[in-house]
Design a protein around this ligand. Structure first.
Ligand code: FAD
Length: 355
């Protein structure tokens, strides 16, 4: 059976980002790579959004960028600017197409549906398939989004809504998220932060219909695309092995307080590419321990006090938006961290720290 220098298990966001980074930096001219991906065809299945705090390879896959956003709780709206770090949305369909077209040109790169088709014994493996053990205490960010088109101009496409908590919370944390691509086209998402053990939270279609028709008062629209998912707000099991690195969600690239993963995947890909010649010896890349610690406390507070979370998120954005964005994107310094921490209800967080 055929052997390869490198194997990437899972040709999704992390697997393809890494393969592309290696390819454009000429790391696959003298090395062979096998990508193991079971899906029958690549089509748009996700919209990856993030504040652009660093450069990445996919500016040509960006559907829209915004420099303004809002966050709402009942009867209050905060208008914020993100000039320095625009919020971007990437179309996964364009991302897959761009990368696959580029990788297909290199004869050293091969695609397989299953790892049993090759001999992995002497390869270095990058694995993006997470190992998730069932635990009813684990928190998830689970959501469903629809892209809609309206007959008449309806949206203000200059400003997106990051979180609208003015909705049914059902003893959990729930918000809507609206990305207006044009005046007549937007992605509307219903998002829950919960243990995912309450099936009544999963009537996503009804929630979105109610939000569109009764909250936004929009009647005349058609759904053109739908995406659904659940992001683990905990780290999947990670076994340290000499010839294997986990990447993507499996590799702990999700910021647990937010679910943001895309840019961390890009940073990890750049790190691996820079160190590829010495990959089995370099330090494991991870989201800094500072954020792991702060997110752990934040999620404990969320778990125990879901009702106060809308106000906590709202208050967090009372700091300068640039500071909050840097904090949520793992780029803040000590003083910036402090300015966010001081906005939080101190006693609630101190209690969570000692629990
Ligand atoms: C719908 C959705 C929207 C999201 N939106 C955002 C966002 O806006 N911003 C953000 O930062 N993050 C977002 N995320 C989180 C994160 O960025 C994505 O989940 C991202 O796709 C993670 O990349 P990955 O490579 O780890 O996983 P995936 O992209 O899921 O890739 C894993 C791949 O492994 C393949 N696979 C599965 N089983 C096997 C197997 N046994 N062998 C080989 N391959 C296998 C799958 O087919 C898949 O292609 C979103 C997640 C979802 C689900």
């Amino acid at each position: 059976m055929k052997e390869f220098d490198y194997i990437i298990i899972g040709g999704g966001c992390a697997g393809l980002s890494l393969a592309y980074e290696l390819e454009i930096n000429d790391k696959l001219k003298a090395k062979t790579l096998a990508i193991i991906e079971p899906r029958a065809e690549y089509k748009r299945d996700k919209t990856w959004s993030f504040w652009k705090v660093m450069s990445h390879n996919f500016d040509d896959c960006v559907m829209k960028s915004w420099k303004n956003f809002t966050i709402n709780i009942t009867k209050k709206t905060n208008h914020l600017e993100c000039q320095s770090y625009p919020y971007q949305s990437i179309d996964s369909g364009l991302f897959y197409e761009k990368i696959i077209n580029s990788l297909k040109k290199n004869k050293n790169i091969s695609f397989f549906k299953d790892i049993s088709e090759i001999n992995p014994k002497n390869s270095f493996i990058f694995n993006s398939v997470p190992s998730i053990k069932k635990n009813y205490l684990n928190l998830w960010q689970h959501f469903c989004g629809v892209e809609i088109e309206t007959q008449k101009d309806f949206f203000d496409d200059e400003i997106f809504n990051l979180m609208d908590f003015d909705c049914d919370q059902r003893e959990s944390v729930h918000f809507f998220y609206t990305l207006p691509y044009t005046k007549t086209k937007a992605l509307i998402e219903t998002t829950w932060l919960s243990k995912m053990n309450d099936n009544s939270q999963k009537d996503y279609d009804n929630q979105i219909k109610d939000y569109l028709e009764n909250h936004l008062k929009l009647k005349d629209y058609k759904i053109t695309y739908k995406e659904q998912g659940a992001i683990p707000l905990f780290y999947p099991t990670y076994e340290d092995t000499k010839n294997k690195i986990n990447i993507g969600t499996a590799g702990g690239m999700t910021r647990l307080s937010t679910g943001y993963t895309f840019l961390n995947i890009q940073e990890h890909s750049k790190y691996i590419c820079k160190n590829i010649e010495n990959i089995s010896k370099v330090k494991k890349f991870e989201i800094s321990k500072k954020y792991q610690f702060l997110d752990d406390i934040f999620l404990r507070v969320l778990n125990e006090n879901p009702k106060i979370m809308p106000v906590i998120f709202f208050k967090m954005f009372k700091s300068s938006p640039k500071t909050v964005i840097k904090f949520l994107s793992n780029k803040s310094n000590f003083l910036e961290d402090l300015s966010i921490i001081l906005k939080m209800p101190k006693w609630t967080f101190v209690k969570a720290l000692f629990r």
